[in-house]
Design a protein around this ligand. Structure first.
Ligand code: ADP
Ligand code: 5GP
Length: 202
């Protein structure tokens, strides 16, 4: 069986990753999402087990010690990590998986899985990013300031990604991500096995 592909998606907090990913999952229901384990508090509207498993620092440190994580990082004082087992199971079963990580997590995953396809979501401008972070209304001003500082550091890493997607308008950004997924599916190394008979005949 052909293994599933892993897509990593990063971008500064507030660039619109969640919003765009929701659209992508509506259009590509076979794509799996990696649920991260994190130690930050739940925001209003967040649901346990949907995007994140909200766990204690003690449990997170146990996961690190037991080598249960594909990658992990501290972001604005909290741990964020990708559990390894669901990712490996998914790709072994031939299903594609999308993993949202910050730029440090992306470096760790690329080291372990050089074949991953990486996508960086950029806001159209820093002004728009500030407006989106404030407009989301989920974080205190002090946290927003810290997230903006992180954003500048993260944007400098966009050059290390395979693709850059500007989230100017949600549907356009989702279209661009779908185009990347479709192009990856059509890559010769991935699809040639299915068409060998046709090619051999000529
Ligand atoms: P992230 O997951 O990158 O932290 P969110 O998806 O939570 O970002 O988006 C941050 C805020 O910006 C949300 O309030 C969201 O509704 C808004 N937003 C996202 N994408 C767009 C867009 N293309 N145009 C306008 N507002 C957007
Ligand atoms: P937020 O608190 O806004 O949900 O996420 C903060 C940052 O953590 C974002 O940059 C997001 O992409 C990143 N993030 C989310 N899940 C993970 C993860 O599993 N690992 C790492 N390293 N970063 C993550």
């Amino acid at each position: 069986m052909i293994k599933g592909r892993v897509y990593i998606i990063s971008g500064p907090s507030g660039s619109g990753k969640d919003t765009v990913m929701k659209k992508v999952f509506e259009r590509e229901p076979n794509l799996a999402f990696s649920i991260s384990s994190i130690t930050r508090g739940m925001r209003p509207g967040e649901v346990e087990g949907e995007k994140y498993n909200f766990i204690s620092r003690e449990r997170f440190e146990e996961m690190i010690a037991n080598d249960e994580l594909l990658e992990h990082n501290v972001f604005v004082g909290n741990y964020y990590g990708t559990p390894k087992a669901p990712v490996l199971k998914c790709i072994e079963n031939g299903q594609d998986m999308l993993i949202e990580v910050d730029v440090n997590g992306a470096v760790q995953i690329r080291e372990k899985m050089p074949e991953v396809v990486s996508i960086f979501v950029l806001p159209p401008s820093l002004e728009v990013l500030k407006k989106r972070l404030t407009g989301r209304g989920t974080d205190a001003q002090e946290v927003i300031d810290k997230r903006l500082n992180e954003a500048l550091r993260e944007i400098a890493c966009a050059k290390d990604y395979d693709y850059i997607v500007v989230n100017d308008e949600v549907n356009n950004a989702a279209d661009r991500i779908m185009a990347i997924i479709r192009a990856e599916h059509a890559k010769t190394e991935r699809s040639i096995h299915s068409y060998m008979e046709l090619i051999d005949e000529n």
